[in-house]
Write a protein that binds this ligand. Sequence first.
Ligand code: NAD
Length: 486
Amino acid sequence: MKYQEARNYINGQFVSCNNKRIDVESPLTGEVISTVPLSTYNDVDDAVKAAKNAFLAWSGMTLKMRSQILYTYRQIVEENVENLAAIIHVENGKTMDEAIAEVRKSIELTEFACSIPQIAVGEVLEVSVGVECRSEYAPLGVVACINPFNFPHMVPHWTVPNALALGNCVVLKPSELTPLTAMKMAEMLKLAGLPDGVFNIVNGAKDVVEAICDHPEIKAVSFVGSTPVAQIVYRRATSNLKRCLALGGAKNHLIVLPDANLDLSASDIAASMCGSAGQRCMAASVMIAVGNVNPVIEKLCAEVSKFIPGTKMPPIISRQSRENLINYINEAEKKGAKLLVDGRKFTNDSTADANGYYLGPTIIDWRGSNAKMPESEVFGPVFEIISAKSVEDAISIQHESPFGNATSAFTQNGAIAKMVAQNASAGMIGINIGVPVPREPFSFGGWNASKFGAGDITGKSSLGFWSQFKKVTSKWAKQEITDWMS
Ligand code: NAD
């Protein structure tokens, strides 16, 4: 890809700034493909001013008019799926197939936003004779969305289309590792007819996030990223009296029973742990083997060995993250865990550049070790196996995890599946599914240290986050027909 400078987008224009810049490397080759500005409070303030100026006219449009712009935008994205995927592929490293799937998911999310006029209809009731109460969805004003590197197109589409449909103006802060995809989003929204100032981008790192949390004109902040940063953002934004929804990291457990369908379970778990090289908050992380599930494990090892780094499996986002993963595997081995599949020893396929940050799939079996599996998130193609004596035991092991994004059960027994669904301490449950992402209109969101704040980030649940109710009580009645409550 040709070198392209990442720029902020304020009031409908890409703007240059004199801030210090940092390199953006493609994980496919290690090459510098861009530089990104480390913006400051002043840049956030410029974006907020533009958003505030645009708010009156944007929020004054009807919900149906706003959703028409999102329909047009959806069509433009549809016509550019491959172009967008090519950018994601280079800056994030995802395979082209994964990048195309990501953009398709963004289209589905935009379609949900287009449908908001069918959902956000408010309520009306004659509460006493001649007196009517109505409640309607009102926007908040200027809101901000802070994003991680792993879904540079889809995660902004979790929030931005819904926030816009409901009449808010947005400041987006992409990951400094993947700033280029968001620039295309800005171009396409403008092409769709979005008025200048309604959508803005401020690039950078910690300083921009802190400025967003501190800026008095920003009313709500959504965050998606790791748990330590989610906690920082949630604390800082709410202490500044903003509403905040901060999604954090994960370590997802799969409770596997001996009656699980052998072929389907093995291929599903392999796809879950290896997709995007495990850099998904919904990736399969830990198998809790209940009883003897060795046939599933053997089949799983065979399945993951097909994910040769290169065309089948993407690289890790950065040299540092790859090193962290290798250190984790080395440590596990030192503690006596057995490596059933060792990603450090994989040979990449011929499409993989020798300088890319590749690592093969790895399966760590802790069952024979005296050491306990660490509770920390690993975030790579690393899958761990532990054991439980019973389903009850498996559920209590899952409860010990600080996280609560997803838990799945692999079994043919409906009663056991139901028991896991009812008792696991996680926001998203899979039954014979390795990546149990709820599709719209259902909402996405974990529990515990995987999410801070009320409600979920997508689907119907998100409407409450991006809006506030206005209640209007009115009396248009002749005096003689009203009663003591009127
Ligand atoms: P990250 O937490 O490092 O970064 C996320 C954002 O926070 C970025 O925009 C970054 O610039 C900013 N940031 C980083 N450090 C900061 C600090 N000290 N103070 C203020 N801001 C800071 O996350 P990442 O590495 O980009 O993404 C991977 C993480 O995101 C994983 O933990 C993954 O599980 C999580 N994630 C969670 C979900 C979910 O739905 N729960 C979805 C996607 C990713």
